[in-house]
Design a protein. Structure first.
Length: 311
């Protein structure tokens, strides 16, 4: 039975109420894809009381969820027909196209939580709209254990149809926080990757830091870790300043440690790495950029001046 209930009617995002009963009724939805992340989302929706239809290419993955109250579908097309809101959480964008190939998407609200590129999301939006569906792309900023656990701080970036987002805001917020980042379908994927890129850069520095102290018997990694975490957190306060400088085009205002000063210290970083028998390969590309910008007139700038070297 196709569900046409929307959870956007109430400005307070309260569940809709059945005309035949006084108990609140949550709108149903369909989830395609039951990997670790899809299963986490499924369990969160079931725990919140949402009628859920599930499908997975390997049917056995649905068994535990069926025992918890989910309705299994024999095919992806059958699963899509069961609800207006259809969520995909699959391996890649190609899997989304293959899975939905035989499904009727007319009148459906398709939310794609599959990890992909911005261009894939934009192309998939056009593809969905040509088949009569509204489309919303999601970038999950969480790992599976954070889903369904509000205090963990996980959230999903959404972009594409704002009408779709507003219509199902409450349902989408049940597993994790929601942040709508604009009507361009590719912006959720873009900001997802941008945030993760910042994370990987940070972890590269963390790996180098632990390698430096790794040969010292008197410095325990577990004891050094809180000190490193505290320092990295403190330094993250420079991020808003970089954003402001990029917006204004003035890369020198408010800079307390210029690239010229930073470059002067590179010798110490490389010397320390050599002393500790640690490869500097995680840092040297960044050091090379600092030198290049300083040598071409950007010595008085902060790190905002390096962004232009990448574009």
């Amino acid at each position: 039975m196709t569900d046409t209930t929307s959870d956007a009617a109430s400005p307070t995002d309260s569940p809709s109420v059945s005309s035949s009963a006084s108990l609140p009724v949550s709108p149903s939805l369909t989830l395609l894809g039951l990997g670790a992340m899809g299963t986490a989302f499924a369990r969160a929706w079931l725990a919140a009381g949402y009628p859920l239809t599930v499908w997975n290419r390997t049917p056995s993955r649905a068994e535990a969820l069926v025992a918890e109250g989910a309705r299994p579908a024999a095919s992806a097309a059958e699963a899509v027909a069961a609800s207006t809101l259809v969520v995909t959480c699959l391996l890649d964008d190609a899997s989304v196209g293959e899975t939905l190939e035989g499904a009727d998407l007319t009148g459906k609200d398709l939310v794609d939580l599959t990890t992909g590129t911005p261009s894939e999301a934009r192309t998939r939006a056009v593809w969905a709209e040509a088949r009569g569906a509204r489309f919303l792309s999601g970038g999950i900023m969480a790992v599976p254990p954070m889903i369904g656990t509000p205090e963990a701080g996980g959230y999903v970036l959404y972009s594409g149809s704002q009408d779709l987002f507003e219509a199902h805001r409450t349902t989408l917020a049940a597993p994790a926080g929601t942040r709508f980042v604009g009507g361009n379908p590719g912006h959720a994927a873009l900001q997802d990757v941008a945030l993760l890129s910042g994370m990987y850069g940070m972890l590269a520095g963390v790996a180098h830091a632990f390698a430096l102290i790794g040969g010292e018997k008197d410095i325990a990694p577990a004891e050094f870790a809180p000190l490193l975490a505290e320092w990295v957190a403190a330094m993250s306060g420079t991020i808003p300043q970089i954003g402001e400088q990029l917006a204004s085009g003035d890369y020198e205002s408010g800079v307390t440690s210029s690239l010229e000063m930073q470059v002067a210290g590179i010798k110490t970083f490389l010397g320390t790495a050599a002393d500790q028998n640690v490869s500097p390969e995680l840092l040297t590309p960044f050091f090379d950029m600092m030198r290049r910008q300083a040598e071409t007139g950007g010595g008085g700038e902060g790190f905002a001046g390096l962004v232009g070297l990448l574009t």
